[in-house]
Design a protein around this ligand. Structure first.
Ligand code: VGL
Ligand code: ZN
Length: 189
């Protein structure tokens, strides 16, 4: 097994995408084996903290009746409602107090799958001198994919932590992996 500690370098950040109860077992929009990313990400978070690498955690944070919900003509069942238990980070995810929370999906008129979409994240990362992102979380074929593609468009080097992400569907996961690689993202396995 790779020693994670030796992978981090100055200018790196760890981005944990949407590891929230609703995307895990028992949640409103569970990703198969979504919980399995938690212990893996905890090891990465620990290594990041040791290496002084900042940790960012995005969260889906929807208003009632959000446009992405089926009741409003969208593709998804209601999930990650603001201030609900389902929107909380998984209870076993060990985010440091210093973790920077990126809230998205709050717009009434459009969905924001990417942690970069109108959040100011790219600017924040650049100001912090970040050049390379290690990205994991849920779901691989939705918000991880969108976040990775935007990160590449914004000029960041990207490594997807393969064992720290799970797709909504296996086919979606395969397609997402191809798209992320075609966009120049590396896959860390
Ligand atoms: C997500 C579906 C709907 C995600 C968010 O975080 O991947 N998936 N909203
Ligand atoms: Zn959502």
């Amino acid at each position: 097994m790779t020693n994670i500690d030796s992978l981090f370098a100055p200018g790196d950040a760890l981005i944990v995408v949407d590891v929230q109860n609703d995307f895990c077992a028992g949640g409103a929009l569970p990703v198969e084996n979504g919980d399995a990313v938690v212990p893996v990400l905890n090891r990465w978070i620990e290594a990041a903290t040791k290496a002084n690498v900042p940790v960012y955690a995005s969260r889906d944070w929807h208003p009632v009746g959000h446009v992405s919900f089926q009741e409003s003509g969208g593709p998804w069942p209601p999930h990650c409602l603001q201030d609900s238990a389902g929107a909380l980070f998984h209870p076993d995810l060990k985010l440091p107090d210093s973790a920077i929370i990126v809230t998205k999906g709050v717009r009434f008129d459009q969905d924001q799958n990417s942690a970069f979409d109108q959040t100011g994240l790219a600017r924040h990362l650049r100001k912090a001198g970040i050049r390379r992102l290690w990205i994991g979380g849920l779901a691989e074929d939705v918000c991880v994919l969108a976040t990775v593609l935007d990160a590449r468009k914004e000029g960041f080097e990207v490594m997807v932590i393969q064992c720290a992400t799970r797709p909504v569907t296996p086919q979606g996961g395969e397609k997402a992996r191809r798209e992320m690689q075609d966009a120049g993202a590396g896959i860390a396995s």
